[in-house]
Design a protein around this ligand. Structure first.
Ligand code: UD1
Length: 430
């Protein structure tokens, strides 16, 4: 199995280009089936999750053609099946966006229950509640979510919790419902706004995305569009923290600094310098890192998808820090791996109490999930000596060219397939 071989100790220095946002691309790709006209989507990240979703759509009869690495045309005029079920689609959580999209357009959908990262139980009750409020019958049978409706009718929906996925799914279905839907307590994440902008560019009438209340006036049909996906907030944040952790100087380019504010604020708090320009942010880490407290929250709060990365930085800072995870219930699985590298972290429920140490030491570790996997790679890059990281398929679900981008910043990291290749890497690096 492929692993990363890493020799730590080099500060990451240089510029890195950030790709399109995975979590915006997934709903936008799914929503492209909502018109019979051709849709052009640009800035699609070339990662496993987007590729699996595009492939599953092809199996339904959707014409997908790749114009270049990041630009696709999608035409769903000849869909011949509304059943989405294959082994791969079960592995990606965003497969359930096809329910909202297909239910909106065809008033019927059957989609395998989602998988995705194993970061705790991930309910879908709010999605189902939203579809039912629009008039759909929904049942879960044989591992499939089945939704159908004679017609969808706009409704006033109050979400019991702030859910990115449920907001997106209900927004898609409501776009082609009769009348007006109001989603209260909606998620405000940049990718929710990006999907609303995409749908509006296809003729939808969605207002208020990015606030707690989204108003969707149903339209009869949508038309084609040419749309570029926003930059990935979490990929950018990951490289910003990579600078902090390795005592480096990294400029993330092609970003929307506004989306990175909660991340920049924490980096400033722990003693990094952060310089923003129109579409780039530079992070310099030249002083010892300071401890802080952080709690993950829905946007604009500190993102749960950045929790492992900040914990890896705090575990190298002076003093005691507290990290509280308020979104998912099992997101500290990486702590055991980090402890093996010398970190001093105690987890109690949804809180990690971190006593900073002076350094990590390299070890053989495994990525438990996407974001924690990336965070552990950064720990290895800061660590004394050599490390290997297994289960890198998790990381590649969501980071395009992760290894190459790190190499371009001076990281000593390579993909290896065997112990022999690891030994060769060691000999080469010296
Ligand atoms: C999305 C992101 C993920 C990110 C998360 C929070 C994608 C593909 N994934 O996941 O990277 O970590 O937002 O920013 O965009 N919940 C319920 N019932 C529901 C829906 C959610 O109980 O019907 C709970 C979940 O179990 C979780 C919390 O609500 O504890 C937040 O989930 P949600 O915002 O829906 O996250 P995802 O859309 O799954």
């Amino acid at each position: 199995m492929e692993q990363y071989a890493i020799k730590g100790g080099n500060p990451l220095v240089g510029e890195v280009e950030i790709g399109g946002a995975k979590n915006a691309a997934l709903p936008i790709i799914a929503a492209s089936v909502m018109t019979d006209e051709t849709v052009y989507i640009d800035n699609v990240p070339d990662v496993r999750d987007t590729n699996v979703l595009l492939k599953s759509m092809q199996d339904l009869g959707v014409m997908v053609s790749r114009q270049n690495r990041h630009r696709y045309t999608v035409n769903a005029a000849n869909i011949h099946s509304l059943i989405v079920d294959d082994d791969n689609i079960r592995k990606i959580r965003a497969s359930y966006y096809l329910i909202g999209a297909l239910l909106g357009k065809y008033k019927k959908a059957e989609v395998a229950l989602p998988g995705g990262c194993n970061i705790g139980s991930r309910g879908i009750d709010q999605h189902l509640k939203g579809f039912r409020a629009l008039g759909a019958e929904v049942e879960i049978k044989h591992g499939l979510i089945r939704a159908s409706a004679e017609k969808l009718v706009g409704s006033h929906i109050y979400m019991d919790i702030v859910s990115v996925g449920a907001t997106i799914n209900v927004m898609m279905a409501a776009t082609l419902a009769e009348g007006t839907t109001i989603i209260e307590n909606a998620a405000k994440e940049p990718h929710v706004v990006d999907l609303a902008n995409f749908l509006n560019s296809m003729g939808a009438n969605i207002k208020g995305a990015g606030t707690d209340v989204i108003r969707i006036k149903g339209v009869q049909k949508l038309h084609g569009t040419d749309y570029a996906i926003i930059p990935d907030q979490i990929e950018a944040g990951t490289f910003m923290f990579a600078a902090a952790i390795t005592k480096g100087d990294v400029t993330v380019k092609n970003v929307i600094p506004k989306h990175l504010e909660s991340i920049s604020a924490k980096l400033l708090e722990i003693g990094c310098e952060v310089e923003e320009s129109d579409d780039a942010v530079r992070v310099v880490s030249s002083k010892p890192l300071r401890h802080t407290h952080v709690k993950t929250l829905p946007y604009p709060g500190f993102p749960t998808d950045m929790q492992p990365q900040i914990a890896v930085a705090l575990a190298l800072s002076q003093g005691t820090s507290i990290v509280t995870e308020s979104i998912f219930d099992n997101r500290f699985k990486y702590v055991d791996e980090l402890t093996r590298m010398g970190a001093n972290i105690k987890v109690e429920g949804n809180t990690a109490i971190i006593d900073g140490v002076a350094k990590y030491t390299g070890a053989g570790i495994a990525a438990p999930d996407l974001r924690a996997g990336a965070a552990l790679v950064m720990a290895c890059l800061a660590a004394e000596g050599y490390s290997t990281v297994e289960e890198i398929q998790y990381i590649e679900r969501g980071y395009e060219d992760f290894c190459m981008k790190l190499q371009s910043l001076g990281a000593q990291i390579e993909k290896v397939n065997s112990e022999r290749e690891f030994q060769k890497f060691k000999l080469k690096i010296g």
